[in-house]
Ligand binder design. Structure first.
Ligand code: HEM
Length: 154
């Protein structure tokens, strides 16, 4: 396995973990939790699930740019000389990063605080905000993967 192949694999695995994890949370766990659990149990579940998932997202958030820029470096390219779809990838990564940081640093602590205080109204509001942020990130992530696969020549 060449060093490029190794870095490329890491890059893809991280994209898979981040985008696939959001897909599972949004499309599968969320509706199942709504249909089977009352608010206290549901909010408790999410305040346990999200920190576990976000630890893996941190890994992806760090490895994606390192591996991405590593691949560019191996090809002796810079942001300026990289193909346009890579430049768009970097821009969308920054948008995804800022939405993730908002969920991690602002909304998740609010959710956990509300669950600890058994304030289900505030907890529900915090969870709804996280759901929106993750929903946007899922859309952007899927667009990004589609873009990377299609490699448009604009
Ligand atoms: C600073 C951030 C990033 C940089 C510098 C970067 C850079 C790169 C580079 C250089 C490639 C190789 C393209 C080629 O083989 O021509 C690549 C491929 C890819 N990247 Fe990224 N990337 C970044 C973020 C992301 C993110 C956030 C995702 C998805 C969540 C992602 C998903 C992919 C995918 C799916 C491919 C495979 C494309 C293919 O070969 O078909 N990347 N990226």
């Amino acid at each position: 396995m060449t060093i490029h192949a190794l870095i490329y694999t890491l890059h893809l695995l991280c994209a898979l973990i981040w985008v696939g994890g959001m897909f599972f949370a949004w499309m599968i766990l969320r509706p199942a939790a709504v249909s089977t659990l009352q608010a206290p149990a549901r909010l408790g579940l999410w305040s346990d699930v999200l920190p576990r998932f976000f630890r893996w997202v941190w890994l992806a958030v760090v490895i994606l740019p390192l591996s991405g820029f590593g691949m560019l470096h191996l090809r002796q390219q810079t942001i300026e000389t990289a193909p346009h779809f890579i430049q768009v990838m970097i821009g969308l990564y920054l948008v995804m990063l800022s939405l993730f940081l908002r969920a991690q640093l602002l909304e998740l602590p609010a959710l956990r605080k509300s669950v600890a205080a058994e304030d289900w109204t505030q907890g529900g509001a915090a969870l709804a905000r996280i759901r929106r942020l993750v929903g946007f990130n899922l859309l952007i992530g899927m667009t990004l993967v589609g873009l990377a696969a299609a490699r448009p020549t604009f």
